[in-house]
Design a protein around this ligand. Structure first.
Ligand SMILES: [Zn+2]
Ligand SMILES: [Zn+2]
Length: 1017
């Protein structure tokens, strides 16, 4: 007996059941054991930040990772299965700040950096556990007890080593520049953190006068959307070759920007250069001694503003660059929290937003305000806390990128990207990448091992914990891990003898993630250390080993990595940067990348919009298999619309597979069928076809897995299940009723094989069904069975049946278009094209319920041709009427290429409008190569048969509604009005499993179970 299936799958329940069973039977451990020593397949997991539960979008990448790891394992590869957690940096800090209600760096310091670090670690531990549970529920098989955590001392040491290498190559420098700064987080952001982090914001829009020195009544007019920068103004820039004019009101504008004004004088911009002006806030102590003047700048835009640009080098990147060229003073008005410094008078201590009002009031009072309004524009915001960014001058630690740019491009050329155009995206990023800003003025992050010396001017970069210990002058006893505040209490000795302190900055989190191809694989580590990765903050969280160098040689570079497209400028980049620096090679050989997850209407998901679905909700309401199926079906280079409706649609589609398995189980149990290794008799042509079709599926799926192209997996599987259900089972129904063992065996074999190849996509359903269908000597899990080896196939047979199905589809379509239901038999079908379907004419006739099937030209098509008047009118003139009548009368000849001969003239294809339609009495459908036409006229014989089929359908529905078993025999009673159908009594009996059929005085057909008491029904 096969264990019967319920009517419908309960995905959630069966997934829980399979999860528990996998655990109880150690299926994953057994798989790893089986594959140990097999050919390695290196996969490197991009770390997920252990800072929140997973979102639905995380399930996308996690699905792809698991699908291909499962596939490679089924093929016998040895895998590492190491999961990674990202654990330090701004994400975690901001999360903890929210948790504790802290809202500035001052408040963190008051809370205590040690305590704060402790909270960060607790948060990571908590979410690592939650994420692990969610990944397990998604079906992800990973070595969950041996994850890597990027805040381990080992990971940090490897980054130190990389930084020391950069320093030795002369790439490390401290940049004094204007940077985008988050006043809430109190740190700068780097180039890769800025992309896509913008919001539509409303800001003031001010037109302000700068009165010119020595030219009474004349002022420059500038435009600004950042009033807070005016107190730091030192210059005004004009475009040297643009035309500027003085209005009758005494204001200087670029003429192009104020075309309606009356200008009393016009000059070229260069003539204004050098002119001094009165600054807007000259009385502030910070402005003391500043001489404001007009400078030339070719980049002044004439598309907005006044054509005169207010320059504050302390508040803008371009302004800062100009200050170097023109030797301008740099005023930095705000501190790292975005508040004004002391020398800014009444603005002192206030935020950039708070000073907007007072600035406007003051300008207005002094008659300097031309106009004040507001503007909505795209403005950069902090990607972590959404605070609008400001520009500040900061000293950041940078790694020079120029020297490594070409080697990275060369390394990227060795990588196989899927989809392949992402390779170019990576190249574009590499060509444009600026120097890497690696420092953040924060607390819980990678401590930068930089020790500058004031005495000798040297910078010492510590490359390892041993080196730190060797150089330390104290504080080692309290150094419990490589984090602030402990690391800051370990001063070291400079080569010159001076005692040095570490810089206060921590590192960019992408250093943490970028080093993992080295830190987790034991690069240049002389000796394997058991649990050696579980150091520092990671102690107690993981059992991961620190392998030795031989292990690194075996597993580096990764065969495959997969993350979302955004990671091109993040993890793919940082990994590649560090790897090319240390080894000259790309750390991965192939990449699968994918786009963004949106809601089912195509909008971004946001908690505040009420349309976000997190992983927990998705897993609870949709189930893992359906989620995985949805991600696999999707073309990864397009954004995915995720939601409950698309999920319900997939659940509905999966019913075809479920129903096919259920059909098999039900009939196999009726006949007591048990599958053996060999087919129990002679295969019929349709059986042979299904076996070939099954081979084809395995080959197509293998090919798609090899190409990392999941949409092809789903396409191949869907089409196979459709063939199996809507062709093989439907065409073989009668054999199943008769308990035909060869048909049962063939169907069983096809189902079992298909479960094997779809297993990586839907592991739960596949194993659930496998466990019901498997032969006694088969492995208990589908994931322990060997991958089906592809063999040669009978392509001719596959082609023939594909053509038959194509003809049948078109035939159905033709009937549908003519509104003739499939239960109504028809007389004749003509097929043009699809010659290889000809040997199967009988099957086509049966499927489409037609009496005769013919292959040959379809003449049921009527071609009507009309003149294309706009072209032919002028050309034919008076002759047009005659041509038109000839066309209407059908007196024309169609020419190859689409033209027409009529009235002795040849008309070109574009000169006529050709309309094709079926002749009266025919229905017709065609695709690019096949045309199918069917007669629609009915005669008495056809009508009677149509009614018989209606009755059969009705009786079978009644059997189903009465809950009869497949084998139950019935007696049928018909009303007298249906007596003429008894001409086909034998046919009806056979189709509805009736032993008797008779008429009586009933108003509707009735059935009763044979052998039961008629009174009792
Ligand atoms: Zn921020
Ligand atoms: Zn020194």
């Amino acid at each position: 007996m096969f264990e019967p299936l319920p009517q419908y799958p309960d995905h959630l329940a069966l997934e829980e059941e399979i999860l528990a069973w996998w655990d109880a039977e150690h299926v994953f451990d057994r798989l790893r054991e089986r594959n140990r020593g097999g050919p390695p397949f290196g996969f490197m997991d991009g770390p997920i930040t252990a800072n929140n539960p997973m979102g639905a979008h995380h399930c996308w990448g996690r699905t792809l990772k698991d699908v291909f790891q499962r596939y490679k394992a089924l093929q016998g590869h040895d895998l590492r299965y190491q999961n990674g957690f990202d654990c330090q940096g701004l994400w975690v800090e901001v999360g903890v700040e929210r948790e504790l209600g802290l809202n500035s760096k001052r408040e963190i310091e008051e809370y205590g950096i040690a305590e704060f670090a402790q909270r960060c670690k607790e948060r990571v531990a908590k979410y690592a556990e939650i994420i692990t549970d969610q990944c397990r529920r998604l079906g992800m098989w990973m070595d969950w007890d041996n994850d890597y955590y990027t805040f381990s001392d080992t990971n940090i040491e490897y980054i130190w080593r990389f930084l020391k290498e950069c320093h030795e190559r002369g790439w490390l420098y401290k940049g004094h520049r204007s940077v985008e700064w988050c006043p809430r987080c109190g740190t700068s952001l780097s180039q890769h953190e800025l992309i896509n982090s913008y919001a539509e914001l409303t800001h003031p829009s001010l037109y302000v006068r700068f009165p010119l020195e020595g030219r009474k009544g004349e002022s420059l007019v500038v435009w600004t959307t950042t009033p807070w920068t005016l107190p730091a103004n030192v210059a005004a820039a004009v475009k040297p070759d643009a035309e500027y004019g003085l209005t009758d009101g005494g204001d200087w504008w670029a003429v192009e920007r104020n075309p309606d004004a009356t200008f009393v004088r016009r000059v070229r911009g260069e003539e204004l250069v050098g002119q001094e002006y009165e600054g807007p806030f000259d009385s502030l102590p910070a402005q003391e001694g500043v001489v404001h003047r007009v400078i030339p700048w070719d980049e002044v835009a004439l598309t907005e503003g006044t054509g005169i640009v207010h320059i504050a080098p302390g508040c803008g990147a371009e302004d800062f660059e100009l200050s170097r060229v023109h030797d301008l003073p740099v005023l930095t008005p705000i501190d790292e929290a975005g508040n004004f410094y002391k020398k800014y008078g009444e603005f002192e201590g206030r935020s950039t937003q708070d000073v907007e009002g007072p600035v406007v009031v003051e300008l207005e009072r002094r008659g300097l305000l031309v106009e004040a309004g507001s503007i909505v524009h795209r403005y950069p915001i902090c990607w972590r806390c959404s605070t609008p960014l400001v520009f500040r001058i900061a000293d950041d630690w940078m790694i020079r990128a120029d020297e490594i740019r070409q080697p990275m491009l060369d390394a990227n050329a060795t990588v196989q990207w899927t989809p392949d155009f992402y390779s170019k995206r990576m190249d574009d990023w590499l060509r444009n990448m600026g120097d890497w800003n690696i420092s953040r003025s924060r607390y819980f992050g990678l401590p930068l091992p930089f020790y500058p010396c004031d005495s000798c001017g040297r910078l010492t970069v510590v490359g390892s914990l041993d080196e730190l210990r060797g150089r330390a002058t104290g504080g080692l006893e309290q150094l419990k891990e490589l984090h602030r505040p402990w690391i800051d209490d370990v001063p070291i000795r400079c080569d010159c003898g001076a005692e040095l302190k570490r810089v206060p900055e921590v590192g960019d989190a992408w250093l943490d993630a970028g080093i993992v191809p080295f830190s987790t694989l034991g690069w240049e580590n002389p000796e394997w250390k058991e649990h050696g990765y579980a150091t520092g903050a990671a102690a107690g969280l993981t059992g991961a080993d620190l392998p030795d160098h031989a292990y690194w040689e075996k597993w580096f570079p990764a065969h495959w990595v997969s993350e979302m497209r955004e990671q091109i400028r993040l993890w793919f980049y940082s990994q590649c940067f560090m790897s090319v620096t240390l080894t000259g090679k790309s750390p991965y050989l192939s990449v699968l990348t994918y786009e963004k997850l949106l809601d089912e209407h195509g909008r971004e998901m946001h908690r505040s919009w009420g349309n976000a679905i997190n992983a927990a909700e998705a897993l609870q309401n949709i189930g893992a298999d359906v989620i995985r199926f949805m991600f696999c079906e999707h073309v990864p280079s397009q954004n995915l619309k995720f939601g409950y409706r698309p999920a319900a649609e997939i659940r509905r589609r999966l019913l075809t597979l479920w129903n096919s398995v259920k059909f098999f189980v039900d009939y196999a149990n009726v006949g007591g069928f048990r599958p053996g290794p060999e087919v129990p008799g002679e295969l019929q042509p349709l059986d042979r076809w299904l076996l070939e079709r099954t081979e084809q599926l395995a080959a197509e799926m293998t090919d798609a897995y090899e190409r990392y192209w999941t949409p092809a997996l789903i396409r191949a599987f869907d089409s196979f299940v459709d063939d199996l259900s809507n062709w093989y089972i439907r065409r073989s129904r009668r054999r199943f009723w008769n308990g035909d063992e060869v048909a049962l065996w063939t169907l069983w074999y096809a189902l079992v094989r298909s479960l094997q190849v779809i297993g990586p996509v839907m592991p739960f359903l596949a194993d659930y069904l496998w466990r019901r269908l498997r032969a006694e000597d088969a492995t208990d899990s589908v994931f322990l069975a060997p991958w089906p080896e592809p063999r040669a196939r009978d392509e001719q047979l596959l082609h023939e049946v594909a053509e038959v199905r194509r003809v049948v589809e078109l035939g159905r379509q033709a009937r549908g278009d003519a509104s003739i239901k499939l239960r109504q038999p028809l007389r004749r079908l003509v097929v043009q094209g699809a010659r290889s379907a000809q040997p199967h004419a009988d099957e086509i006739a049966e499927e489409l319920r037609v009496k005769e099937v013919e292959f040959g030209p379809v003449e049921a098509m009527e071609v009507r041709v009309k003149p294309n008047l706009p072209l032919l009118g002028p050309k034919l003139g008076k002759e047009l009427g005659a041509v038109r009548s000839a066309l209407e009368a059908g007196e024309f000849e169609q020419l190859a290429g689409g033209g027409v001969r009529v009235n002795g003239r040849e008309l070109a294809p574009e000169e006529v409008l050709v309309e094709r339609r079926p002749r009266a009495g025919w229905a017709l459908a065609e695709d690019d190569a096949v045309t199918v036409a069917v007669t629609t006229e009915l005669d008495d014989e056809l009508r009677l048969e149509g009614r018989v089929l209606d009755l059969i359908h009705q009786l079978n529905s009644m059997r189903k509604d009465a809950g009869l078993a497949l084998t139950d025999r019935i007696r049928v009673t018909l009303p007298a009005s249906l007596a003429d159908l008894l001409e086909h009594a034998d046919w009806i009996k056979e189709e509805v499993l009736a032993t008797e059929i008779a008429t009586d005085s009933v108003s509707e057909p009735e059935i009763e179970l044979q052998g039961s008491d008629p009174e009792g029904v």
